[in-house]
Design a protein around this ligand. Structure first.
Ligand code: HEC
Ligand code: HEC
Length: 407
């Protein structure tokens, strides 16, 4: 697995400070925090991709020439991602709702913001976003780039409730940020645009291709052939996923003419998968217009982006409103409960209009296949983990303070 990096034990960047939030909203008691980063940054810029991904990955990469991933830039992004200073009352970081052990989602139907208020949608996985070719983000695809997206939660009234004009001087006053900005951008100035660039670099660096599916595909002659490392049930599920159950017709973004490169498991663009009808909504759920809420176009009503199904085993609850708690419930939806909708995607226009009507053992097989998409190494990889030390006992009594550039 090329991305696995040895855990670095030789920490040299170690700060302990008493943090007193300066934001308008009063926070909890000031707390001690320490930041631990490896002496040399993790090699975020050097992604080595398995052969079955390499070609399609270069075609699909949404990294721009203006903001390539650098090791120091993504390191800064990692610190920002885990820093609750980014929220108005110092309680909430990006990682509050995007937890590494859950492939950067949370376990709630809808996430809770900095004051404990529910946001209107389910948290989305941040894995392999670099390869989302359509280059639009959120369930309704309202953000036009990752650089644009990463600032939106900070200023969202419910999510983090902060104000970037206040956040910039607040970060500049923290001991570790000026050296980290210097290392990333050549001088210590903190700015809105640099915060966005660094966060986007870190999010783009979150890449995962070491699931059992990848290990099986790497040595199989084709995606259709049975995988040696799969059980019979998982191979049956793979056949159904790529065949009769039609899942791959949507959930596999793959260019024509490249064999074996079934890599991403997201849907190419936002579509309607029939979880709601256009004439009726369950009384407890208000109708979410999806992409139409952004474009105002009726043809976009009910269209949603689908996160990649990679690691889907750990990203529940599922769908934009988190209505399904299990993968079985998701497959039951496609099996029996597809609802009529003017914009229902063609690929779900079935003979039996309400679903695939598969036997129970086929439902189990599709679920078993989806579980092969989990990449355990990603869920604990040190380069994506929390760089702050929260446990008082782990904070050294006499901290060594050095600069991030190692000078
Ligand atoms: C309060 C919880 C919460 C916090 C804090 C939060 N997010 Fe999110 N994130 C969500 C939810 C919920 C969505 C989906 C929202 C929607 O589509 O309207 C989302 C969506 C995203 C997406 C889009 C993924 C895709 O596939 O389109 C990205 C990227 C993202 N968040 C990054 C971040 C970053 C970076 C931060 C910190 C600056 C952050 N989030 C903070 C809950 C949160
Ligand atoms: C017409 C295209 C289409 C087909 C076919 C399709 N899906 Fe989906 N799928 C979507 C869309 C779009 C979403 C997101 C919908 C939403 O949240 O409103 C989604 C969501 C999901 C989710 C939840 C993802 C998450 O992170 O919340 C899973 C799991 C899933 N689909 C599995 C399947 C399986 C298994 C099949 C085959 C039985 C299948 N899909 C067939 C389009 C499709």
């Amino acid at each position: 697995m090329p991305l696995r990096v040895n855990a670095m034990t030789n920490w040299t960047l170690s700060f302990v400070v008493t943090v007193t939030p300066t934001a308008a909203v009063t926070a909890a008691e000031p707390q001690s925090r320490a930041l631990n980063l490896p002496a040399a940054p993790f090699p975020y810029s050097q992604v080595k991709l398995p052969e079955h991904v390499a070609e399609v990955a270069t075609q699909y990469d949404n990294t721009t020439a203006e903001n390539p991933i650098t090791d120091h830039g993504a390191t800064l992004g990692r610190v920002l991602f885990y820093d609750s200073t980014l929220s108005a009352n110092g309680t909430t970081s990006c990682a509050s709702c995007h937890q590494q052990s859950r492939a950067f989602t949370d376990d709630r139907r809808v996430s809770l913001g900095f004051k404990g208020q529910p946001v209107d949608r389910n948290s989305m996985s941040l894995v392999n976003l670099r390869y989302y070719r359509n280059d639009r983000f959120f369930w309704d695809e309202r953000a036009e780039s990752l650089e644009q997206q990463v600032l939106m939660p900070i200023e969202n009234e419910i999510e983090m409730g902060h104000d970037l004009t206040q956040l910039v001087p607040q970060l500049a006053a923290e001991p570790w940020y000026p050296p980290l900005f210097q290392a990333a951008f050549g001088d210590p100035a903190v700015s809105r645009q640099r915060i966005a660039a660094a966060l986007a670099q870190f999010v783009r660096s979150i890449v995962s291709f070491d699931s059992r599916y990848d290990q099986g595909l790497a040595v199989a002659p084709s995606v259709e052939a049975p995988f040696a490392n799969f059980s019979d049930l998982e191979n049956r599920g793979k056949d159904l996923f790529f065949g009769a159950a039609r899942c791959a017709s949507c959930h596999v973004a793959s260019p024509a003419g490249i064999s074996k490169q079934f890599a991403f498991f997201y849907v190419e663009k936002a579509v309607v998968n029939g979880i709601d009808s256009d004439t009726h909504t369950p009384p407890d759920l208000p109708l979410d217009p999806g992409v139409a809420g952004v474009t105002g176009d009726r043809g976009d009503l009910g269209r949603f982006k689908s996160p990649s199904l990679r690691n889907v085993e750990v990203t529940g609850p599922y769908m934009h409103d988190g209505r399904f708690t299990t993968l079985e419930a998701v497959v039951e939806h496609y099996n029996w409960s597809i609802r009529p909708h003017v914009n229902l995607d063609q690929r779900l226009h079935l003979e039996d209009t309400s679903g695939l009507a598969m036997r129970q053992d086929d439902v189990d097989a599709v679920v078993a296949f989806m579980r092969t998409l989990t990449d355990d190494s990603l869920l604990s990889a040190p380069q994506y983990s929390d760089p702050f030390v929260h446990d008082e006992s782990e904070i050294a009594a006499d901290p060594v303070v050095t600069s991030a550039t190692g000078e």
